[in-house]
Write a new protein. Structure first.
Lengths: 343, 127
C-alpha cells in the first residue's frame, strides 16, 4: 500500500549489514504479485566496495500488517537454511530481522534466483507442455527428498516442535479447525462435514515425523522450459509432521489449476505417488493419503477464510486478502465434495 | 461472497485514488492494480445473479429444513444474513442426520450442498 517509500529504509538496513559497502542504494524495488502471507519484493542492491562497483539481486520478504496465516518467520528462515545446498533447491538466506524498527514489520532478505517462472498460469498456457513430464518427475522427487530428510540432522528439531507419530493428524486438524472457529465469516457446512468425517476416521500414525513444507504445490517453485525446478519457495508453513500431509496438499484439487485429474496439474496420481515413494523411501498408504487430502481441503478453506477475516477486521485491506476468499472458497468447497465422493 | 462486494468495491475505489497520486510509491502499484482488475471482474460476473441466487438458495434450504417463510427484504445484505442463518441450521441438521445414521436425509443435504457450490461457481473456478 502507498506509504513511506521502502527503498531508502531498506538501503539503510543493508548498509548496516554490509559495513564494507559505500554508497549503497536500492533500485527497481517491485512487489511480486501473489503471496498473502508475506509481502515479497525483488530489488537490486548496488554499492561500492574497495573502489569496485557491486550489484546483487535480492528478495525482501516482509510480514504484512495482518496475514491469512500467522506463521513464524524464524522457522521459515531456518527451513530455507536447512535445505540450502541439498538436493532440495532453495535460495540462499542472508539476513533475518525481527526488529520492526527498520521496515515496520519483521522481514528477511534472500538472494533472488532470477530468470525462471513460478506462475501456474504460464505453466499451463500451452507453452510449457513439453516440459511438464520432466517437471512432474522433479516435483515429486524433490518432495520425496524433503520427506526423506532427517529433521534432527538438519537442526530443525531445535526450532520446530516434533509431535509423536500418532499425534500428527490430531495436532494439524486441531490447529486448522481452531482457525476456522476463530475466523469463519459465514457458516461452512461442507467444511464442517469434512471435519466430522476426519475426526471419525483418523489415519494411521505417521511412518516417520518428517519435515513438512506445508505449501508444496505448483506455483511455489521456480521452473524453466526444460522442466527443471530451480527453487522451492514459500516455506512459511513448514513444520514437523506426517510426510503424507505434504503429498496430499499437492493433491488438493484446487492445485490442479483446471488440468482435470492431473494432480498439481502435472501428471496422474499413480505416477506422482510412485515417484514420491521411490524418492522418499516411504509408502503412501491410499487410505491415509485420502485422509490427508481431505484434511488439506479443510486446511485450504481455513487459509482462505483467514484472508477474508483479515480484510473484515480491517487489519489488512489489501486486494490480496480478498482474492483468495472470492476466488477459492467455493472452489475449495467443490474440491472437498470431490475428495469426499459427493461431486 | 465474503467479504461483501460493496465493502470490497469501496476499498478498491480508495486504492485507485491513492495510486492516482503520481507521488505514491510505485513498488506495490502493479501488483495491487492487477489484483484490483481481477476483483472487479469477479464483482462484475456475480452482480447480476447475486440476489436471485440467494433467494433460490434460501428457498431450497427452507424446503430442506422444513421451514416456512420467504425473503421479504431483497437487499443483498439481508438475503445473505438469512442465508447464513439457514446454512448454520443446515450444519445442525447434517450433524443430526449423521448421528441418526439416516442415509436418505444425508443424501438430501449433500444434494443441496452440491447445488450451493454450483450457484457460487465462478467462470474462472479451479474446480
Amino acid at each position: 500500500m502507498p506509504g513511506e517509500p521502502l527503498e531508502p529504509r531498506l538501503a539503510a538496513y543493508l548498509a548496516l549489514r554490509l559495513p564494507q559497502a559505500s554508497g549503497l542504494g536500492v533500485e527497481g524495488l517491485e512487489r511480486i504479485a501473489g503471496g498473502a502471507s508475506r509481502e515479497t519484493y525483488r530489488f537490486r542492491a548496488r554499492w561500492s566496495e574497495d573502489g569496485n562497483p557491486r550489484e546483487r539481486r535480492l528478495i525482501l520478504r516482509r510480514d504484512p500488517p495482518a496475514s491469512l496465516i500467522d506463521t513464524e518467520r524464524r522457522i521459515e528462515f531456518a527451513a530455507y537454511r536447512a535445505f540450502h545446498g541439498s538436493g532440495v533447491p532453495v535460495p540462499e538466506m542472508l539476513w533475518l530481522e525481527e526488529d520492526p524498527a527498520h521496515l515496520d514489520y519483521p522481514f528477511f532478505v534472500a538472494e533472488e534466483i532470477a530468470g525462471f517462472q513460478a506462475s501456474p498460469q504460464v505453466l499451463f498456457s500451452g507453452a510449457y507442455e513439453v516440459a511438464i513430464p520432466k517437471l512432474a518427475r522433479r516435483n515429486w522427487e524433490i518432495l520425496g527428498e524433503i520427506a526423506r530428510a532427517d529433521p534432527v540432522e538438519l537442526g530443525l528439531t531445535e526450532v520446530m516442535d516434533a509431535p509423536a507419530p500418532d499425534q500428527c493428524w490430531r495436532r494439524e486438524l486441531g490447529h486448522w479447525e481452531a482457525i476456522l472457529d476463530r475466523d469463519e465469516p459465514e457458516p461452512l457446512p461442507i467444511t464442517r462435514a469434512a471435519i466430522r468425517w476426519l475426526r471419525a476416521n483418523p489415519p494411521p500414525p505417521a511412518q516417520k515425523v518428517a519435515v513438512v513444507h506445508g505449501d508444496y504445490r505448483t506455483g511455489n517453485y521456480l521452473y524453466d522450459e526444460a522442466g527443471e525446478i530451480h527453487a522451492v519457495l514459500d516455506w512459511e508453513m513448514a513444520h514437523l509432521g506426517d510426510p503424507l500431509e505434504d503429498l496430499a496438499w499437492a493433491f488438493n484439487p484446487v492445485w490442479s489449476f483446471g488440468q482435470g485429474e492431473r494432480v498439481s496439474g502435472l501428471c496422474d496420481k499413480a505416477e506422482a505417488v510412485a515417484t514420491w515413494e521411490k524418492a522418499s523411501g516411504l509408502r503412501a498408504d491410499p487410505a491415509a493419503l485420502h485422509w490427508w487430502t481431505l484434511f488439506n481441503c479443510v486446511k485450504g478453506q481455513a487459509i482462505w477464510v483467514g484472508s477474508a477475516a483479515a480484510f473484515l477486521s480491517g487489519a489488512n485491506k489489501a486486494p490480496i486478502m480478498v482474492y483468495p476468499a472470492w476466488w477459492l472458497m467455493n472452489a475449495q468447497d467443490r474440491a472437498t465434495l470431490k475428495v469426499m465422493g459427493k461431486l | 461472497m465474503t467479504p461483501s462486494v460493496p465493502a470490497v468495491l469501496a476499498e478498491l475505489g480508495q486504492l485507485c485514488v491513492r495510486y492516482a497520486d503520481p507521488t505514491a510509491p510505485a513498488a506495490e502499484r502493479a501488483a495491487d492494480l492487477g489484483l484490483t482488475a481481477a476483483l472487479l471482474g469477479i464483482a462484475a460476473e456475480v452482480w447480476d445473479g447475486a440476489a436471485a441466487n440467494l433467494v433460490d438458495e434460501n428457498r431450497a434450504l427452507r424446503r430442506l429444513l422444513g421451514l416456512q417463510g420467504e425473503d421479504a427484504d431483497l437487499r443483498l445484505s439481508a438475503l445473505k444474513a438469512e442465508n447464513d442463518r439457514l446454512r448454520a441450521l443446515t450444519i445442525e441438521a447434517h450433524t443430526a442426520a449423521e448421528a441418526a445414521q439416516d442415509a436418505a436425509r444425508q443424501a438430501e443435504i449433500w444434494s443441496e450442498l452440491r447445488l450451493s457450490t454450483e450457484r457460487r461457481r465462478l467462470s474462472s473456478a479451479l474446480v
